[in-house]
Design a binder for this molecule. Sequence first.
Ligand code: KG4
Ligand code: ZN
Length: 342
Amino acid sequence: MDGKKDVLILAIESSCDETAAAVVRNGREVLSNIISSQIALHTLYGGVVPEIASRKHIEKINQVIEAALSEAGVALEDIDAVGVTYGPGLVGALLVGVAEAKAIAYAAKKPLIGVHHIEGHIAANYIEHKELEPPFLCLVVSGGHTHLVQVEDYGSFTIIGRTRDDAAGEAFDKVARAVGLGYPGGPKIDKAAREGNAEAIMFPRARVGDSLYDFSFSGVKSAVLNYINGCQMKGVNWNQADVAASFQKAVTDVLVENAMRAIREYMAEKFAIAGGVAANSALRSAMTEACEERNVRFYYPSPVYCTDNAAMIGAAAYYEYLNGTRHGWDLNAVPNLKLGER
Ligand code: KG4
Ligand code: ZN
């Protein structure tokens, strides 16, 4: 930091089913990253139950924060600011993190910085790629979002494409349920697809007529359901691994195609992916290949920084801190917060 004082952020994330806290130094160095996952609990119900998620966050959040501070070897007094996800997400889940962050910041007399969850996902790329700086193009693919984003600067974004219906991760989760793989769908399809033939079934690659960069995934999801129903009605066996691999190929083909179109049109030299689906091995290798062909530098976070975590919120909060963003004690959870809104 060239003699400048280090900035330590305590970050909190509770927007969905992970209770997470982290300590991040100067936006890019993770001193601790604690994640308490509720996956086992929600698996019983085949998906996230919001009320259960909120209750679990309340039970876990203090332990998770204490663990984050102690693993980082820092006390609250050493922290420069508290960063917290305040949207988008499940309102009850978000509220737990926001209330906790406000209480800590108020008691410790530290600034409070509300962070947009998607800004966090994008910032996950800064942690392991010290040289990555805006501007770059980023594809954010998670359970709730599918956005092609032009990252103009730290904290400054333009969304150039988005899903018209299901998010990419949502499609993975729904198809996984339909083919009997269960929850959470993405990693299970990823694994099953390795044993299958991606060319076995030609599922549709949806084009959104009036937009170059928008996505639609409800069609491919319905096509998978129809295929399985059709096989069952005809009494024909279908192969789970082939369906998983062919579905995954249909989704990744469209993600790669739209991203490469945007790279061409925007003349992007750097491209990143982020969000839970960015952990997908087929997507990572297809994007690597497509970017190599075009001489575009390609960035992706390690799987632990793709799915929900607090280190990414700490990275985003650091740049908001430098930009002067400070929230008041009236900060509230905003379930449908738009990217770029304050
Ligand atoms: O970013 P994330 O943890 O939470 C949201 O902000 O939504 O993303 C969760 C989503 C889930 O839909 C999950 O199935 C998907 O990311 N996911 C994957 C993989 N790992 C997680 N999808 C495909 N392949 C994976 N390996
Ligand atoms: Zn997320």
